[in-house]
Design a protein around this ligand. Sequence first.
Ligand code: HEM
Length: 530
Amino acid sequence: MSTMIIILRNKRNIFNNYHAILGNKICARYEHAINKNEVVCLKRFHDIPGPKCYPLIGTLHQYLPFIGDYDAEAMDKNAMLNWRRYGPLVREHPGVRLLHLFDPEDIEAIFRHDDRYPVRRSHLAMFNYRTNKRNVYNTGGLLSTNGEEWWKLRSTFQKNFTSPKSVKVHVENTDQIVRKLVKAIKETYCNGDDFLKYLNRLNLEIVGVVAFNETFDSFTTLEQNKDSRSSKTIAAAFGSNHGIMKLDKGFLWKFVNTPLYKKLVESQEYLEKVAKDILIKRISFYKQKEEGQDNCLLKSFLNEPNIDMKDITGMMVDILMAAIDTTAFSTSFVLYHLARNKECQDRVYKEILSLLACKDSNITPEIVAKANYTRCCVKESLRLNPVAIGVGRVLQKDIALKGYLIPKDTVIVTQNMVASRLPQYVKNPLIFKPERWLRSSPEYENIHPFLSLPFGFGPRSCIARRLAEQNICITIMRLIREFEIGWMGGELGIRTHLINKPNNAVTLSFSSRDSFCHNREKMFMPMKSN
Ligand code: HEM
């Protein structure tokens, strides 16, 4: 019989103030207390269902080809397998004590329980690389640093990232860049090509201008060359993210320069070079020209009193790493879903026509705010295909979940992607239905707020959430205003690196709405009121 842990709860402070007592005998000793307080018998962490765990290797054998049931690049499938076999709480030991959560109530409990400085256990090799390079960095950067040092960085940099006002100032610039994409599609895209390459270039351009007031000229013929600055920056951003998860699981890189670690270092070095060149250019520009219309994030960073250049360099590298693939992959999936769901695409088009009656009108913050249905499409696509399978946290205090004691220091992975595809939480979960988010729709569903968390939650959530949502929305609006979009491939799935990359080419077709839809346009035109 498994040992129980008896927890004497003090009702005023449910999780923190308890005495854990091992052994069933203790129940009798505490009989009196049981009547006065609430006593809960908690099972041990070890008793949580999960794959068989061996000494030293834990559950790592499950990731071995031909032997294990898991695929390191299909974490969504591993999670679904776990959920089917073991239920809503799954214990794993891939080198650390890890717990997967599928129930949004438990996910909520974890985030509500989070500390002032939520901790993530990720980017360990990158942290090691940066903290050993003191001539360039002061810290591991926002993505990999924890504790008070993380908060010092976050509170310094987040002001200009997060407020709705500071995000809106980038709408018109972003729209101008998306127009360059439209031009590139018209001039160079052949239906059925991999559109992801275009989206990577688009998002490098957007982040370049929004964050650093820097254009990479990504769509020019010269920049298509694989040795160009834009191509190498996109490759280095991908190279930085690609190995993170495998490096986090392993430890060999601590002793030898493994190929994955080497790739990470090369990629980081290239991003550092790009960041430093831009920083030097901007500083000398601002010295000469104090005034002028420049809303980029870098200018606001440089305006912060007492900020260290090394912290700015680190933040710039983090931005380059975090912005390109995430937004490009997310936009790929929105386009994929809209291309395969013509009714939804028509509804987006109808909405955009009502907001942008003239095709050449600029998209403004007010227009983005009114594009309710388009925003629901983005939300629905992020429910089905978030770029992260879930959110990672390290527990900083013990917690009780579903009758188990989950000890401090356990690594938690909230399995939002899989949970968002379960029928107990969403109606017909595998169907793309933006209406489920639209309050005015009869198909609106009251979805648990902790079920779909594509940008994480709380003080450690994505620093650029508003910006990213805005960028995707503008891209979708401009593209659907110009083109009818079709899908030329099969089912599009994911490969999970640190972020979920489409597992196949993003084969879209673009038909100009000018050529065939004069009548359709009329059909969708908002009715004139008398
Ligand atoms: C659709 C696009 C994006 C998605 C889905 C996304 C998602 C996420 C997620 C899930 C996290 C972890 C949150 C947590 O632990 O609670 C995160 C963190 C972060 N993201 Fe994003 N992100 C996106 C775009 C961006 C962009 C455009 C930037 C930069 C311009 C960015 C910068 C960051 C940074 C720096 C962090 C670390 C924040 C911290 O630890 O304090 N992300 N993002």
